[in-house]
Design a protein around this ligand. Structure first.
Ligand SMILES: Nc1ncnc2c1ncn2[C@@H]1O[C@H](COP(=O)(O)OP(=O)(O)OP(=O)(O)O)[C@@H](O)[C@H]1O
Length: 234
């Protein structure tokens, strides 16, 4: 559960987030909105890369805003970036294993835990391949795999579907939808691909000019006339 209460973030006087209040409770939540709506700023706020001028943020009841970014990672807030952060000369296995240096984890069966994550993300067959030999889809799945190491509570995925083929996008969809049941983490997904949001998210927040334009079941939100006008251009 993510609870945002009267949250504002400003850059040089421009409010990127402006008095945002929302409770996101679905296992997989969508976050959409036009360019510049404040979506990435919200993800940056949740992961600790920007500070709020006002308001409070709770994840599973724990206040986040006083926590340093690394403490949030240990707490279980994880994110992917629009540009994949894969170490080119490390194997897929070592890229994923390196996350263990930063997060609490069970010491027993470490190899099995990592193997399960690679199998879940479809990366077992390329486990020994160095980052530089991976295609775009495999790099995206390495990002997902890294986010699953340890016991994540909240996964923030920022446009993970950008540039993927339809078939790759479907595989990504299946992986994202299964995360809450398999790994016990909530997912917040930002994407401009409305089909991906429809297929994966039961609840969606729409932002516009840093404010909440709509929040509710995804199908209802996408039919909302204000959302259609502001975001879908109809
Ligand atoms: N570091 C920054 N310094 C100044 N202004 C910023 C900064 N980051 C974001 N902004 C501004 O804040 C507003 C929200 O930006 P943000 O990147 O969060 O939007 P977005 O919804 O993620 O957009 P997009 O869909 O294009 O990625 C924009 O007006 C942007 O120019």
């Amino acid at each position: 559960m993510i609870e945002l209460n009267q949250v504002s973030v400003a850059f040089w006087g421009v409010k990127a987030i402006d008095g945002l209040t929302a409770s996101l409770s679905a296992p997989v939540c969508g976050l959409i909105g036009p360019n510049g709506a404040g979506k990435t700023t919200l993800v940056n706020l949740l992961s600790g890369l920007v500070s709020a001028a006002e308001g409070t943020v709770h994840v599973q009841g724990t206040p986040l805003l006083g926590m340093k970014p690394i403490a949030r990672v240990r707490f279980g807030v994880r994110r992917s970036f629009q540009t994949e952060q894969v170490v080119e000369d490390l194997s897929v296995w070592d890229n994923v294993r390196a996350v263990l240096d930063h997060v609490p984890h069970e010491r027993a069966n470490l190899q099995a835990q990592l193997a399960e994550i690679l199998a879940y993300t479809g990366l077992s067959s390329v486990a020994t391949r160095p980052g530089q030999q991976l295609n775009l889809f495999q790099r995206r799945m390495v990002e997902v795999a890294k986010a699953l190491v340890g016991k994540p509570k909240l996964l923030l995925f920022d446009e993970p579907g950008a540039g993927l083929t339809e078939q790759e996008s479907q595989l990504l969809r299946a992986a994202i939808v299964g995360i809450p049941a398999r790994f016990g983490a909530q997912v917040l997904l930002i994407d401009h691909d409305v089909d991906l949001i429809k297929a994966t998210c039961t609840q969606t927040l729409v932002m516009d000019f840093g404010r909440r334009l709509a929040l509710g079941p995804t199908a209802e939100v996408l039919e909302d006339p204000d959302v259609r006008r502001a975001y879908l251009g109809t």
